[in-house]
Design a protein around this ligand. Structure first.
Ligand code: HEC
Length: 168
């Protein structure tokens, strides 16, 4: 299973999914790597990441109304492969819970959005509106039991929100 995951390539230009996982260099990650190098951290990846991404999935970055909208989109476009409760099935992997979140740990919601918007739904990639993809992310966060907040998640904020398996 793990090997299969590592071999996935979602076709994000210049930002191979497996490569992003391996190197954590993708978009803002490049600037971040420069920053980390400049600061002279040898083991400072986490510190550098926090400076670039002040928010995490624990910060209350979406609302429950947004997650409800995302749930509707999910059930019309995604659940056939990823399961009614996001736990996955024969046609696709799970999209919530520990194994999903630890797989994405340290990447941003922007990275998740990039993969989803380019390659999903697999039978009609890129067919949703930006707002619909963002709402589905809100629903996925809710189902992984991350807290809600006062404001909705917006496309512009995605890259600033780190996916973290553990609250810090
Ligand atoms: C026709 C089946 C199908 C549909 C519909 C579908 N997916 Fe997928 N999805 C897959 C498969 C299969 C994978 C495994 C990765 C790959 O090989 O592309 C995947 C992978 C993913 C991943 C990466 C999961 C990980 O951790 O590796 C995300 C996120 C995702 N899908 C989100 C969505 C969303 C959101 C929708 C609805 C808008 C959707 N998918 C609709 C089949 C589907």
């Amino acid at each position: 299973m793990a090997t299969q995951r590592n071999q996935r390539n979602f076709g994000v230009p210049g930002c191979g999914y497996a490569a992003a996982r391996r190197l954590r260099l993708c978009g803002a990650g490049l600037a971040l790597a420069a920053l980390v190098g400049w600061l002279g951290f040898t083991t400072g990846e986490a510190a550098g990441r926090l400076e670039a991404q002040e928010q995490s999935t624990w910060s209350g970055v979406y609302t429950s109304a947004q997650a409800s909208r995302g749930e509707e989109v999910y059930h019309s476009s995604c659940s056939v492969c990823h399961g009614d409760d996001l736990s996955g099935g024969e046609m696709g992997p799970g999209l919530a819970g520990n194994s999903f979140i630890s797989f994405w740990d340290g990447l941003s919601l922007g990275d998740l959005y990039n993969v989803m918007s380019v390659s999903m739904p697999q039978d009609n990639p890129g067919s949703l509106d930006t707002a619909q993809y963002v709402d589905v992310i809100a629903y996925m966060l809710q189902e992984s039991e991350f807290p809600t907040g006062d404001g909705e998640l917006s496309e512009g904020a995605l890259g600033d929100v780190a996916i973290q398996a553990e609250a810090q």
